[in-house]
Design a protein around this ligand. Sequence first.
Ligand SMILES: NC(=O)c1ccc[n+]([C@@H]2O[C@H](COP(=O)([O-])OP(=O)(O)OC[C@H]3O[C@@H](n4cnc5c(N)ncnc54)[C@H](O)[C@@H]3O)[C@@H](O)[C@H]2O)c1
Ligand SMILES: O=C(O)C(=O)C[C@]1(C(=O)O)C=C[C@@H](O)C=C1
Length: 307
Amino acid sequence: MSTKIYDRVALIGLGLIASSMFWAIRRAGLADEVTGYARSRATRDTARRIGLCDRVCDSAAEAVEGADLVVLCVPVGAMEQVARDIAPALKPGATVTDVGSVKRAVIEAVAPHLPDGVHFVPAHPLAGTEHSGPESGFAELFDNRWCLLVPVENSDDDAVARLTALWEGIGSNVEIMDADHHDLVLAVTSHAPHLIAYTMVGVADDLRRVTDSEVIKFSAAGFRDFTRIAASDPTMWRDVFLNNKDATLEILGRFTEELFALQRAIRIGDGDHLHAYFTRTRAIRRGIIEAGQDTDAPDFGRAKSVR
Ligand SMILES: NC(=O)c1ccc[n+]([C@@H]2O[C@H](COP(=O)([O-])OP(=O)(O)OC[C@H]3O[C@@H](n4cnc5c(N)ncnc54)[C@H](O)[C@@H]3O)[C@@H](O)[C@H]2O)c1
Ligand SMILES: O=C(O)C(=O)C[C@]1(C(=O)O)C=C[C@@H](O)C=C1
């Protein structure tokens, strides 16, 4: 049973994450009013048409006026401009948070623009789909998913506690993490895998031109999963890689070394190496399931939203 946590919440950027937050906040009754702003008129019109947000504003500054919580839900590369735009209109004592997939770069881009007396508590919900835009959101997106909070130096304890309550109220489990550690962990679990999926689908597409569509026609389940991931928003992912450069390159370097080792084992017929490697990776998957951490869920991206 949830109760109100904020009087007014402002969502800046009205795509998958913001729209899912709105439906989830509404489902749990966590705020009296939710305002919203998106840069494009078409997105604002769509939001008004589908009832996304209690009030859709024509400027970011108007949307944040009087808000107790402001959530930046734009691509990582747009965070700094949005912070500049809203800074003069922020209410003293308000909390600003974001949902960006990268944390250190967002902190460096946003924090310098926020006035004294405004609390900054960066966050990252580990939930998403390959869909984007105001019509892609649904209330259940964050259910039983992690949301990582990455408080900055001197983050206000009360602001962190209230934001924790909001994310728990919309279904998530919350954990606190340091920004650099976050960026390294996410490079392993999300960013590098996305780049690998993009690459694999690109390779298959090149091949398709040779084999006249057989690659797509007979694609197996694993490859189909790659195509889902590789359908993710190009702007979002461009910004993720440009803003988590060091950690992603570190992980991709290690990945390439392992790939070369496996490639060599295949070339020289070293079955023992392949078998030992696959035995190790299988144990990891089994360990995840035994620990009850298998979060495989139905494809919510195609599920009907509870609005
Ligand atoms: N999609 C995911 O799986 C996922 C998961 C967790 C976190 N995130 C992060 O959440 C953020 C939003 O992602 P999303 O999937 O909701 O994206 P989205 O593409 O669905 O929505 C982004 C919204 O921001 C708007 N926008 C872009 N630039 C803007 C600007 N300068 N000013 C105002 N609005 C602007 C777009 O018009 C759009 O409405 C990103 O930082 C992303 O890294 C995404
Ligand atoms: O399920 C998906 O479509 C996702 O890719 C979601 C996913 C992820 O990698 O797990 C993508 C980016 C985020 O920042 C968080 C979640």
